[in-house]
Design a protein around this ligand. Structure first.
Ligand code: ATP
Ligand code: MG
Length: 288
């Protein structure tokens, strides 16, 4: 199980799209996924097809109780696919008020989310936190709750400066938390087929060769359409949908190269030799 915060203080670079793409890719491989929407804009919530959530993450953070996120979680409204539907801890604009209120808390301002997720994350294979476009207290809470960070960067002027700023913040937190979170990688998003985009893509890759993940997520109309319809891009049949879903699948695997996916469900055979002793559980490489 890994808790991943998806960050960039710049707006509109593709954070939510990457969260939804990674969630869909992992769920299609049978993994149990929780998306924590930590952005008052609630784009991940609606992108997952949840329009009128019963309860939202601000309520969980306000109570400041261990495991309080569990009471707000609901299944995504996505159509049933091959794998389990991701779960979501939905957001609402009220989260902006919670952030102000948290800022007055001298003791628990930074780790409200870590407390609220305590014990809940064990129910999932992947927890993805969609962060707001700022390095404010909500993003700091995501970094305190995360094992690792994925930075989403657009191939555009100034994006390198933004990446450096995030790396500095993550390092400051990791120094206080025994090296957690670690930076798992940079996903280059919204990559257009222009000379300018490929210039900035190269700049990002040359500056952070060890961190930039492959492939980049290309700018495609299918991705915009999937967002507009609140469905995973892979469920669309239009041009580019399968290619976009394949990019997210490859990125999901690049983030966890050693992970073993849940066993496919093998239909029981009537003549199977049923032994009383179950075989020893396989250990998952890379897992604690
Ligand atoms: N690969 C892509 N191809 C086409 N459109 C994309 C792609 N990635 C993102 N978009 C579109 O770009 C816009 C911004 O993307 P998104 O909402 O994911 O960014 P964000 O970083 O989460 O924004 P914010 O900072 O406001 O939360 C959305 O309209 C989204 O549908
Ligand atoms: Mg977003």
């Amino acid at each position: 199980m890994a808790v991943t915060a998806v960050v960039n203080q710049k707006g509109g670079v593709g954070k939510t799209t990457v969260v939804l793409g990674l969630a869909a890719a992992a769920a299609a491989r049978g993994r149990r996924v929780l998306v924590v929407d930590l952005d008052p804009q609630a784009n991940a919530t609606t992108g997952l097809g949840v329009w009128n959530p019963g309860s939202t993450i601000d309520a969980a953070l306000d109570t400041d109780r261990v495991g309080s996120v569990r009471s707000v979680i609901e299944p995504a409204g996505w159509p049933e696919g091959d794998g389990p539907v991701p779960h979501v801890a939905p957001s609402s604009p009220r989260l902006a008020q919670s952030e102000h209120q948290m800022a007055t808390d001298l003791i628990g301002a930074q780790d409200r989310l870590a407390t609220a997720l305590d014990g809940v994350v064990a129910d999932y294979d992947d927890v993805l936190i969609d962060c707001p476009p700022s390095l404010g207290l909500l993003t700091v809470n995501a970094l305190f709750a995360a094992d690792r960070v994925v930075i989403v960067a657009e191939p555009a002027a100034w994006s390198l400066d933004g990446v450096e700023q995030i790396l500095r913040n993550v390092n400051r937190i990791a120094e206080r938390r025994d090296g957690r979170p670690r930076v798992a990688g940079i996903i280059v998003s919204r990559l257009a087929r222009t000379r300018d985009a490929s210039y900035w893509h190269n700049q990002l890759t040359e500056s952070h060769r060890d961190l930039v993940l492959v492939p980049a997520v290309r700018l495609r109309a299918a991705v915009t359409e999937a967002a507009a319809q609140s469905v995973p891009v892979g469920s669309l049949t239009r041009d580019g949908a399968a290619a976009a879903a394949a990019e997210f699948d490859a990125l999901s695997r690049a983030l966890d190269p050693d992970r073993v996916d849940p066993d496919p469900i093998v239909p029981a055979r009537a003549d199977a030799d049923v032994s009383v002793d179950s075989p020893p559980a396989l250990s998952t490489p890379g897992e604690p």
